[in-house]
Design a protein around this ligand. Structure first.
Ligand SMILES: Cc1ncc(COP(=O)(O)O)c(C=O)c1O
Length: 426
């Protein structure tokens, strides 16, 4: 009988314990080396450090600014709508590319919030969250050798899939010196020739920057001059502070050059429900729908109907926005008093602050990752480090706190702990 494991020496580089199919893994996920790496990814490192801090210091409250997810359930009217819809037999089947009623609710929402008029039949398609939409859009455009232009730091999904299709990613750093906008002029001619996609994300995660009309106008010009399709990830758009939220599609010419990807996750506390949509140019929406139709069978119709309730209620995202605005303001005050250079972000629930260089006691941090590791392991303060374009820490306002009194207590504890550490920034 043949062994289900590799025979030693039979295939170079493989162990006895490897399954016979170890050689078969595709190069895009590591080929025969798949599953053997010892590199620990950033978020796993944070999780491990969090577990260690909890185990070693059970007496110390973990100050968790590392979570990138809303901390509360979807509002009651949405959950009630879901409870009703889940019992309706007509909602039981495959949803395919989505129910017309959801697309119509999206059209009403886009008109109400942004004055963007879309044809629900052709210019909108749902997705099971914005993440799968960002994963599928490269399938519509990328052949081997094509380039996707992507801002870094950022949400990497469209870039990962670009590489799966044999394409390349050209990174556009978001630097404080450029006000956290990509420098489109700096892209070399050879890259522009190969570029098919420009992936943007405003309000930007993690920098918290919001787009301006002027920036979007430049993007439209760039797309036209270079024959590039724009994918604007608007997952955090309802968390825009100050001015009214801005959609890329509000800018003249935008709908001729691209699409915008939206999500119910952040603005409506519906992260786990998995629903979003792609809207904009009809031909791109159709291409996405074709790829999607060959990948999934649509989101549960009851969820789409509950989301109609969410989209038609203008008050819900206003409440979400007010909550995170309040929390971010408090966090900015605490961090500023503790030596950080920070101000209110334009959007998202993240603060992106220059990382400390060390401590008054003489410790030096090589980069943001070292600072973040020190904060979590020694002081039970969880942050997310970003070293892609300068060294920054991301702190999220999605920590768990039952009410404003609990928020204030958590902020007081954060300030006292930070001041004890004595971080230095120079
Ligand atoms: C910038 C950005 N885009 C997209 C997503 C995906 O959101 P969802 O798939 O929940 O719609 C996230 C999630 O964290 C995000 O931060």
């Amino acid at each position: 009988m043949t062994s289900i494991f590799c025979q030693r020496g039979e295939r170079p580089g493989l162990n006895m314990s490897d399954p016979y199919f170890q050689q078969l893994f595709a190069a895009r996920i590591g080929g025969p080396q798949y599953g053997k790496g010892t590199e620990i990814y950033k978020f796993e490192k944070i999780k491990r450090a969090k577990r260690k801090a909890l185990a070693e210091h059970p007496e110390r409250n973990l100050l968790d600014f590392g979570i990138g997810e809303n901390d509360e359930m979807a509002p009651e009217p949405i959950r009630r709508a879901m409870a009703d819809e889940i019992n309706r037999p007509e909602n039981r089947g495959y949803a395919d590319n989505g129910i017309p009623a959801f697309r119509e609710a999206v059209a009403r929402f886009m008109a109400r919030e942004f004055d963007v008029r879309l044809d629900p039949a052709t210019e909108i398609n749902h997705a099971i969250g914005s993440k799968p939409a960002l994963a599928m859009l490269p399938a519509c455009f990328i052949n081997p050798g094509d380039v996707t232009l992507m801002t870094v730091p950022g949400y990497p999904v469209a870039g990962t899939h670009t590489k799966y299709y044999g394409g390349d990613v050209y990174r556009l750093p978001l630097l404080a010196a450029n006000d956290f906008f990509p420098d489109l002029e700096s892209i070399p001619a050879e890259i522009r020739r190969r570029a098919k996609l420009l992936v943007l994300n405003y309000p930007n995660s993690p920098t918290g920057k919001v787009a301006t009309r002027e920036f979007y106008e430049r993007v439209v010009r760039f797309a036209r001059e270079n024959d590039v399709v724009v994918i604007q990830d608007a997952a955090h758009v309802m968390l825009s502070y100050g001015e009214k939220p801005l959609s890329f599609l509000q800018v003249p010419g935008a709908r001729e050059v691209g699409v915008e990807v939206h999500s119910l996750s952040k603005g409506w506390h519906m992260i786990g429900w998995r629903l979003g949509w792609v809207c904009g140019h009809e031909r791109i929406v159709r291409a996405l729908a074709d790829v999607k139709d060959n990948s999934d069978s649509g989101q549960f119709i009851a969820i789409q109907k509950a989301a109609i309730r969410a989209l038609d209620d203008a008050a819900i995202p206003v409440q979400t926005r007010a909550k995170y605005h309040r929390r971010l303001k408090k966090l900015v005050e605490v961090l500023s008093r503790s030596g950080f250079d920070c101000g209110m972000p334009g959007g998202t629930y993240f603060l992106y602050v220059p990382s400390p260089k060390g401590t008054a006691g003489g410790l030096a941090f090589q980069n943001a990752e070292a600072a973040s590791q020190h904060l979590i392991t020694e002081h039970s303060i969880c942050t997310v480090p970003w070293d892609d374009a300068g060294s920054f820490l991301r702190l999220s306002a999605t920590y768990e706190a039952a009410d404003e009194a609990a928020e204030n207590a958590l902020m007081a504890e954060t300030e006292s702990r930070l001041k004890q550490i004595g971080l230095v920034f120079g």
